[in-house]
Write a protein that binds this ligand. Structure first.
Ligand SMILES: *Cc1c(COP(=O)(O)O)cnc(C)c1O
Length: 684
C-alpha cells in the first residue's frame, strides 16, 4: 500500500471539489499527458498514484502505446518537491522573505547613494538606472566576483536569491561606488500588499512531516524502495536504451565548476565547459559522419524540431517556398510527426510492408504525388521495428533525386555507433539522444540532450542564440545557448573512457544481446520483424497478439507479471499494439539476460495454463499481477497459490516487492487530484 503522497501543483485549469474525497481539489489539464499524477485505486482498493493520461511524449497517441517519457524533467521536479517537503510552507515563506528583503535593502541603499531604482515594487530583482555607466558598474562588480546583468548602456539588473548574503549586497553596492550601511536584509519588503499570500498552502503531510535530516532520509529511502530502477533490474524498454550511467561518468556533474555555472555566464568564465562542448561536437561529428553538430536541443524531439527547421530554412533560402511536405513511414516514432507539424510542414504517411520495412513502391508513389512540394523524409535507422532496412540508401536516393532532404532519426544510434554513419549513408541531418546512447540518465529522470548533426549545406541554418552571437545560425530552440550543458560531462566522460574501439564494441554487444534474446524467446513469443538475414538490430518486438486471441492474456498482464519476477516491463504496444519491445543494451551481462529469458519462458508456461483452462482468464497469476507483500496475509481465494503469486521461480533472484497491485487506469485519469487527501479519506 502506498503511504506517501506526491503533490501536484495545479498551475492553471479548472478546479472543482472531487466527489467523495473530502478536502481534495481536482484540476482539468487534459493537455499534459505523462506529466500529471492521478490518484487511483489498486485491485485491493488501496490508493495508488500513477501518471495520468499515459500517452507517449508530445501528446502523440499511437494506438495503445505506453512507454516511458524519454526526456522527462522528473529529476528536477523531484528536487523541487523535496526542497518544498523539507522546508514546508513556513520555511519557503522565510526564504522568500529573506530574498525579497535583500532586494529591497539593496534598492534602498542604492537610492540612498543617489542611484535611481526604476521600480518601486518588485520581488527579487532590482533594475538600476546609471546613465552611460552600466558597463562600468558591471565591470566593477565583476572585479568583486559578482556577475550583474548588463541590460543596456544605462541599466543594470541585479537579482537576489536564497544564497544572497549581506556581504554580497555590500559588494554590489561597492560596484556602484556606495558603501553599505548596516544589514541590508532587515528593511521592509517592496512587494505590493495586495499581492501578499494569505491562504494556507503545502498543508499536506508530505510538507509538514519531514523536518529533520533523519526523517527526510528515511522518507527518501521509502520512496526509492518503491522504484524498480536500474540498480535492481535490467530495464528492457525498447526504443529507449536504458543503459548504465556509470559513477565515473556521473561524477563531474556534481563539481561546482560545472554545476554552478549560469547559462549566460560571461565567456571568460566558461572556458572549461566550452572546451568540453567543442570536444563533444568534434567527436559526435566523427561518430555520425556529419560536418557540424549543435548541442543546443534539450531532447530528441527538440532536435527533430531544430533539424526540420534547418531543412525548412534551407528550402526557403533557395526560393523553394512550396517545399513543405514531410514523408514519414508509418513505423516512425510518435514524436516525428509532431515535430514536422511544429516546424510548419504537412505530414504524408508512407506505408510499411508486412515485414515492417518501408514500402519502396509506396514511397516512390508518394514522391511522385508530392514531387513539387517534397521537403523531406524522416526515417529512423535502424527502424523503430528494430531492423536494419537494407534499402536505406535507395530510400535516401529517391528522396534526394526529387529535391527533398533526408532526416535520419538517430535516436537508435546504439545500433550504429562505430558501425555506420548516418551522414555518410544518405542523411542530411540527424538528432542523437545523448540520454539514450551516450549514458545520460533518463526515463523518469532527465533532463536530456538531443544534439543534431548536419551536412555542411545545412550548417547556416542550425540554431543560434542571442546571448552568444559567435554561434551564428538562426534563432534558438532552447532558452540556453548550449542547452542542458551541465550534464554534458557525462557524455564527454563516456566517449573518452570508451574510445573508438570501446564504442564499437558496445554497439556489437548490444546487437548480440538483442539477437540472443530474439532467438531464445522466438518459440515462446514470436519475434515480429527481422531483417533479410533473420537478424534484428539492438532490440526486438515480441508478438503476443495470437496468444492474446487464443487465451485472453494481454501484454498488460505479461508486463505486470514481470514485476512479480523482479523485472521492469519492456515497452508495451509500441510501435505495434499488442506487442512487447525488448532492448537489453550492452550494459546487461549474460546472467541477467538469462534470468529475464527464464522469467519470460515461465510466464509463457503460465499463459499456457490459462489457455488450457486450468486457470480462469480473469483469475490467474497474470491477471492478478503484480502481487504485493500484503497478498501473503488475509484471505486468499484464487486458484493459484500464494507461492506462485510472489515467488514464481522460487527463491533465487532478490525479491523486489511491488508497492501496489494492478491500478485502475481509467479511475486515475478521471481523478487528477491536486492536493492529496489524507489516507483516512479512503478508508471509509
Ligand atoms: C526516444 C526517441 C525519440 C524522442 O526522443 P526524446 O528525447 O524523448 O524527445 C525520437 N525518435 C526515436 C526513434 C526515439 O527512440
Amino acid at each position: 500500500m502506498l503511504r506517501h503522497h506526491s503533490a501536484l501543483r495545479c498551475a492553471d485549469g479548472l478546479r472543482w471539489p472531487a466527489r467523495g474525497i473530502p478536502g481534495s481539489e481536482r484540476c482539468a489539464h487534459a493537455e499534459s499527458p505523462g506529466s500529471l499524477v492521478g490518484v487511483s485505486v489498486d485491485a485491493d482498493g488501496a490508493p495508488a498514484y500513477r501518471l495520468a493520461l499515459q500517452t507517449r511524449e508530445q501528446h502523440i497517441r499511437r494506438e495503445k502505446a505506453t512507454s516511458n517519457i524519454c526526456t522527462a524533467q522528473v529529476l528536477l521536479a523531484v528536487l523541487a518537491a523535496m526542497y518544498a517537503s523539507y522546508h514546508g510552507a513556513e520555511g519557503l515563506t522565510g526564504i522568500a522573505r529573506r530574498v525579497a528583503s535583500h532586494a529591497s535593502g539593496l534598492a534602498a541603499q542604492l537610492r540612498g547613494g543617489g542611484v535611481e531604482v526604476v521600480h518601486d515594487e518588485f520581488f527579487d530583482t532590482v533594475l538600476a538606472r546609471v546613465p552611460d555607466r552600466a558597463a562600468e558598474v558591471v565591470a566593477a562588480a565583476h572585479e568583486r566576483s559578482v556577475n550583474l546583468h548588463l541590460v543596456d548602456t544605462d541599466h543594470v539588473s541585479i537579482s537576489c536569491d536564497e544564497a544572497t548574503t549581506d556581504a554580497h549586497v555590500a559588494s554590489v553596492l561597492a560596484a556602484f561606488g556606495i558603501a553599505a550601511e548596516g544589514s541590508p536584509g532587515d528593511g521592509p519588503l517592496s512587494i505590493p500588499k495586495e499581492l501578499g499570500r494569505t491562504s494556507e498552502f503545502l498543508q499536506h503531510e508530505a510538507f509538514t512531516k519531514y523536518r529533520t535530516e533523519t526523517a527526510m532520509m528515511r522518507y527518501l529511502r521509502r520512496l526509492s524502495d518503491k522504484d524498480l530502477a536500474l540498480d535492481r533490474t535490467m530495464i528492457p524498454l525498447g526504443s529507449c536504451t536504458m543503459k548504465l550511467n556509470a559513477a565515473a561518468e556521473m561524477e563531474a556533474i556534481t563539481w561546482p565548476e560545472f554545476a554552478g555555472l549560469h547559462p549566460f555566464a560571461p565567456a571568460d568564465q566558461t572556458e572549461g565547459i566550452r572546451a568540453l562542448i567543442s570536444d563533444l561536437e568534434r567527436w559526435l561529428c566523427a561518430v555520425t559522419g556529419y560536418d557540424a553538430v549543435t548541442l543546443q536541443p534539450n531532447a530528441g524531439s527538440q532536435g527533430e524540431y531544430a533539424g526540420l527547421l534547418a531543412i525548412r530554412h534551407y528550402h526557403l533560402s533557395r526560393g523553394d517556398d512550396h517545399r513543405d511536405t514531410c514523408l514519414i513511414p508509418s513505423s516512425a516514432h510518435g514524436t516525428n510527426a509532431a515535430s514536422a507539424v511544429m516546424a510548419g510542414m504537412r505530414v504524408e504517411v508512407v506505408a510499411c510492408r508486412p515485414n515492417g520495412d518501408v514500402d519502396l513502391d509506396d514511397l516512390r508513389a508518394k514522391i511522385a504525388d508530392h514531387a513539387e512540394r517534397l521537403a523531406a523524409i524522416m526515417i529512423t535507422y535502424p527502424s523503430t521495428h528494430g531492423v536494419y532496412e537494407h534499402e536505406i540508401e535507395d530510400i535516401c536516393g529517391a528522396v534526394h533525386d526529387a529535391g527533398g532532404q533526408v532526416y535520419i532519426d538517430g535516436a537508435n544510434l546504439n545500433a550504429l555507433v562505430g558501425l555506420a554513419r548516418p551522414g555518410k549513408f544518405g542523411g542530411d541531418v540527424s538528432h542523437l539522444n545523448l540520454h539514450k546512447t551516450f549514458c545520460i540518465p533518463h526515463g523518469g529522470g532527465g533532463p536530456g540532450v538531443g544534439p543534431i548533426g548536419v551536412r555542411s549545406h545545412l550548417t547556416p541554418f542550425l540554431p543560434g542564440h542571442p546571448a552568444v552571437p559567435e554561434l551564428g545560425g538562426g534563432g534558438p530552440v532552447s532558452a540556453a545557448p548550449y542547452g542542458s550543458a551541465s550534464i554534458l560531462p557525462i557524455t564527454w566522460a563516456y566517449i573518452k573512457l570508451m574510445g573508438a574501439r570501446g564504442l564499437r564494441q558496445a554497439s556489437l554487444t548490444a546487437i548480440a544481446s538483442a539477437n540472443y534474446i530474439a532467438r531464445r524467446l522466438d518459440e515462446y513469443f514470436p519475434v515480429l520483424y527481422t531483417g533479410a538475414n533473420g537478424m534484428v538490430a539492438h532490440e526486438c518486438i515480441l508478438d503476443l497478439r495470437q496468444l492474446t486471441k487464443d487465451t485472453g492474456v494481454t501484454v498488460d498482464d505479461v508486463a505486470k507479471r514481470l514485476a512479480d519476477y523482479g523485472f521492469h516491463a519492456p515497452t508495451m504496444s509500441f510501435p505495434v499494439a499488442g506487442t512487447l519491445m525488448v532492448e537489453p543494451t550492452e550494459s546487461e551481462d549474460l546472467s541477467e539476460i538469462d534470468e529475464f529469458i527464464d522469467a519470460m519462458v515461465s510466464i509463457r508456461g503460465e499463459i499456457d495454463r490459462v489457455g488450457a483452462g486450468e486457470w480462469a482468464v480473469d483469475d490467474n497469476p497474470l491477471r492478478g499481477a503484480p502481487h504485493t507483500a500484503e497478498c501473503l496475509v488475509g484471505e486468499w481465494d484464487h486458484p493459484y497459490s500464494r507461492e506462485i503469486a510472489v515467488y514464481p521461480l522460487g527463491k533465487g533472484r532478490a525479491k523486489v516487492w511491488p508497492a501496489v497491485r494492478r491500478i485502475d487506469g481509467a479511475h486515475g485519469d478521471r481523478n487528477l487530484v491536486c492536493s492529496c487527501p489524507p489516507l483516512e479519506a479512503y478508508s471509509s
